[in-house]
Design a binder for this molecule. Structure first.
Ligand code: ATP
Length: 513
């Protein structure tokens, strides 16, 4: 199936089964804003729990907070967001479509990489076992030519970003003959900077309203509470503060469904360390976070690190964890070594001391910070993209199944009386009433059992429990496993244990240590 088709199917599946809806749909929608439906909210909550527990339960030196979305506006001055939270924009004069200049160039570079990879893949097939990939990359003229071209553009691009050279960014687009995907023309405007923060007013205008911002990241809520948490929690460096919450960005190019939204949610950790130890911790957190992703079982090949071309003004190292979405490898999480930039700035702007007294070193300093920042919505998208499968069964029937990691599945077990008669419904209800305290269960007695199985497959329910006439005689049920579709009879005494083994969050968390 073509990648665009896969993506289109995912979007419609999400809507059909109550995972994600367009916001304000009956009013024709609001661009780049989405609502999570009855299944989506459960999946999202489970992703959050997996992250939160992995941070706060598994690390004794990590605690959580929940700070407000509105904050004192000077915070955004101190953090640099008022002056520098910009995207470089360019418009195509014919289609009137607006793009991020850096994204146009990055996509162009990715196309060259793809070309090289395809060339290498073809050669690998041709030469079979004897193929030496490194040698081929170093000697094949076509590959070399493309790599050289890529490196040259890449170098110009990095320099232009670092120098904030908007004229050069435009020139690269012109020189690479990048065309607008909509009009197909190369009529480009100049590149301009655009601030991504939303603002509103707090208080009544007659009192002199205060211009406040909707936070574009949750991190600053952690920094400004650093001292509160350190003191009240008697935290010793190294320690971390975790937070989950909404963030808002007035994204210019809001597309690809929930990948780039104007209102989204982040899960961030700020980990405070001794100055000079930050790069060591940066490497540690890279490993921890990659393990967290890979524990979901979607295949190690589908993840990669992507080091940043341009370091943000606050960072001395930065990388992204990318996942292979249906539209290519894309950032899901950022890991940054933020130095002491933020705390230093807040000390300066607030006039409050944010130093830490290190009893082991017997001196005070402003801690350095390593940040891990993941977007829940992008994580959600990667989870459904990896889980969505269409399988052709024996009789040619297509089965749509979401092979969600059981601990993340919105419904853990479906309780299905084979028929509505003969007391089977009552027995099924009895079982449901026991299980519902520990598992998200769904009771369903409508339609044939086959149809009911399909409905559960489509929302990713790991287990279907069927109550039949034999259940009334010997207190056993059949339990059907989603991925293998295998069924076995289990005694009611053992049912909870059977469902619990893989669906409990513990199952995932244990793979992290
Ligand atoms: P991008 O380069 O894609 O705009 P970013 O580098 O600006 O992302 P960060 O500021 O590092 O993103 O934010 C951390 C995480 O927050 C990202 O890895 C992503 O998962 C998520 N995120 C950022 N912007 C959005 C958005 N507009 N919609 C959904 N998630 C987002």
């Amino acid at each position: 199936m073509a990648q665009e088709d896969v993506f289109r199917k995912l979007v419609s599946h999400c809507k059909e089964y109550g995972f994600v809806f367009q916001s304000s749909e009956i009013y024709d929608g609001l661009a780049a804003v989405y609502d999570y439906g009855q299944m989506g909210v459960e999946l999202k909550n489970n992703i959050k729990k997996y992250w939160w527990d992995s941070m706060v339960l598994l690390h004794e030196n990590v605690v959580g907070i929940d700070s407000a979305i509105f904050m004192h506006p000077t915070i955004w001055k101190a953090s640099g967001h008022v002056d520098a939270f910009n995207d470089p924009l360019i418009d195509n004069k014919d289609s009137k479509k607006r793009y991020r200049a850096d994204v146009l160039i990055e996509d162009f570079l990715a196309k060259i990489d793809d070309k090289v990879d395809k060339e290498v893949e073809k050669a690998a097939k041709r030469f079979g076992d004897k193929f030496d990939e490194a040698m081929y990359r170093e000697t094949n003229p076509r590959v070399l030519e493309n790599i050289e071209k890529r490196n040259e553009i890449h170098e110009r691009f990095s320099k232009a970003l670092n120098d904030n050279n908007l004229v050069e960014l435009r020139q690269i687009i012109v020189d690479c003959e990048i065309a607008c995907p909509v009009s197909g023309t190369r009529e480009w405007t100049d590149v301009r900077q655009f601030n991504l923060m939303f603002s509103t007013e707090m208080g009544s205008t007659s009192d002199g309203a205060l211009k406040v911002y909707l936070r574009p990241e949750t991190a600053q809520g952690i920094f400004v509470n650093y001292s509160n948490v350190q003191k009240t929690g008697r935290m010793r460096i190294p320690f971390g503060i975790a937070q989950i919450g909404k963030a808002f960005r007035n994204e210019i190019v809001a597309r690809q469904f929930i990948f780039r939204m104007r209102e989204f949610e982040q899960m961030e950790l700020q980990f405070f360390v001794r100055p000079g130890e930050e790069l060591e911790w940066f490497e540690k957190w890279k490993k921890i976070r990659m393990k967290w992703h890979q524990a979901l079982g979607f295949g190690a090949d589908n993840y990669r690190f992507h080091d940043h071309e341009k370091l943000a003004h606050y960072a001395n190292a930065a990388t992204d964890i990318e996942y292979k979405m249906p539209f290519g490898f894309k950032e899901v999480e950022g890991i940054h070594s933020r130095t002491d930039f933020d705390l230093k700035q807040h000390e300066k702007f607030s006039g409050k001391r944010l130093q830490y007294f290190d009893p082991e070193l017997n001196k005070s300093y402003i801690p350095y910070v390593v940040e891990t920042s993941i977007g829940i919505d992008r994580m959600f998208l990667s989870v459904i993209a990896a889980s969505y499968h269409e399988e052709t069964l024996d009789k040619g029937e297509i089965r749509v199944v979401m092979k969600l990691p059981p601990a993340l599945a919105p419904v853990k077990a479906a309780i299905l009386p084979l028929i509505r008669k003969d007391g089977l419904s009552d027995k099924a209800r009895e079982i449901m009433d026991k299980l519902k305290f520990n598992f998200a269960c769904q009771y369903d007695e409508k339609d044939s059992i086959g149809k009911r199985y399909r409905r559960q497959d489509a929302i990713g329910t790991p287990y279907c429990v069927t109550i039949d006439h034999q259940t009334l005689e010997d207190n056993t049920v059949t339990i059907r496993e989603r991925d293998s579709m295998e069924q076995k009879r289990v005694s009611l005494d053992l049912l909870e244990q059977e469902i619990s083994e893989k669906t409990k969050m513990e199952y995932l968390l244990k793979q992290l240590i």
